[in-house]
Design a protein around this ligand. Structure first.
Ligand SMILES: Cc1cc2nc3c(=O)[nH]c(=O)nc-3n(C[C@H](O)[C@H](O)[C@H](O)COP(=O)(O)O)c2cc1C
Length: 223
C-alpha cells in the first residue's frame, strides 16, 4: 500500500513569552543565571530554610510508591541525593522529611567546595553557604519505587543521579533568582570531601552549589 503524501505541517509560531510576565516563576526564569561574586553576609535561618525546602524539601506527604513527594523529581522516587550544607560553623546534612539540619562535621569545609584547579582563585570564598550533592546508590538499588533492572547497573545509576542532581540544582537557581541571591553550580574537590565526610561506600560526592548575597554593587546594577 502506498503511503498517502500529505503536506508537511507548518511549525506553530511562538509568540514572544511576555504574556505571563507578572507570574513569579516567569520572573525568576528571566533572572536565572550563574553569579560568581558573593558578599559575606549570612543567610537568615528563614532564608536557609526556604532555600533547602525549595531545593528538595517535602511538598506532599503522599508521593509516588508510598514515599513522600519532594520538590525535585528523582528516578523511581528513590530520593538518592542528599544535600550537605557547608557553612562557617560546620557541615550539616539536610534531612528533608524532618526539615532539619543534622551536624555531620563540626568544621568549616567551604574551601573544599571547589575543584583543586579552581581553589586558588575561588570566586565563592566569601559565600556563607555551599551545598554539596551526594548520591547514595544504595537507595537506587533498594528503591521502594519501580525496581527496573537498570537501577543495579552503574552506568544507569550514574545517569539517574546526575539528572536528579540537576533537578535539585535548577530549583536552587530558581529560588535564588526569586529571592535576590547569587548562586553558582560547580565542580568540587570530590577526593578531599570524600575523605572528610563520613560517607558509606555507596555514597558519591558529585557537585557543589555556592549560595549567598551578591555584592552590593551587583544588587544595585540589577534594579
Ligand atoms: C554540570 C555543570 C558543571 C559546572 N561546573 C562549573 C565549574 O566547575 N566551574 C564554574 O565556574 N562553573 C561551572 N558551571 C557553571 C556553568 O559554567 C554555567 O552554568 C554556564 O556558563 C551557563 O551560565 P548561566 O548559568 O549563567 O546560564 C557548571 C555548570 C554545570 C551545569
Amino acid at each position: 500500500m502506498r503511503a498517502r503524501v500529505t503536506a508537511p505541517p507548518t511549525a506553530p509560531r511562538l509568540p514572544r513569552p511576555r504574556a505571563a510576565a507578572r507570574n513569579e516563576l516567569i520572573r525568576a526564569l528571566r533572572r536565572r543565571q550563574t553569579l560568581r561574586a558573593f558578599d559575606a553576609r549570612n543567610l537568615s535561618a528563614e532564608m536557609l530554610s526556604e532555600l533547602l525546602w525549595a531545593a528538595c524539601g517535602v511538598n506532599r506527604k503522599r508521593g509516588p510508591f508510598g514515599g513522600v513527594g519532594r520538590t525535585a523529581a528523582s528516578a523511581s522516587n528513590s530520593q538518592e541525593i542528599d544535600l550537605y550544607v557547608v557553612m562557617a560553623d560546620g557541615t550539616y546534612r539536610y534531612d528533608a522529611p524532618q526539615h532539619r539540619l543534622e551536624l555531620v562535621v563540626p568544621n568549616d569545609l567551604r574551601v573544599l567546595a571547589v575543584s583543586r584547579g579552581q581553589s586558588r582563585d575561588d570566586p565563592g570564598v566569601a559565600a556563607p553557604v555551599r551545598l554539596i550533592f551526594v548520591a547514595d546508590t544504595e537507595r537506587l538499588v533498594h528503591t521502594r519505587g519501580f525496581r527496573e533492572p537498570g537501577l543495579r547497573d552503574p552506568a544507569v545509576q550514574r545517569a539517574y543521579y546526575y539528572v536528579d542532581t540537576g533537578l535539585i540544582a535548577a530549583n536552587v537557581y530558581l529560588f535564588a533568582a526569586a529571592a535576590g541571591l547569587a548562586v553558582w553550580f560547580h565542580n568540587c574537590d570530590r577526593e578531599a570531601l570524600s575523605a572528610v565526610l563520613p560517607l558509606r561506600a555507596t555514597q558519591r560526592v558529585l557537585f557543589a552549589q555556592t549560595v549567598g548575597y551578591p555584592p552590593r554593587r551587583t544588587r544595585r546594577a540589577r534594579r
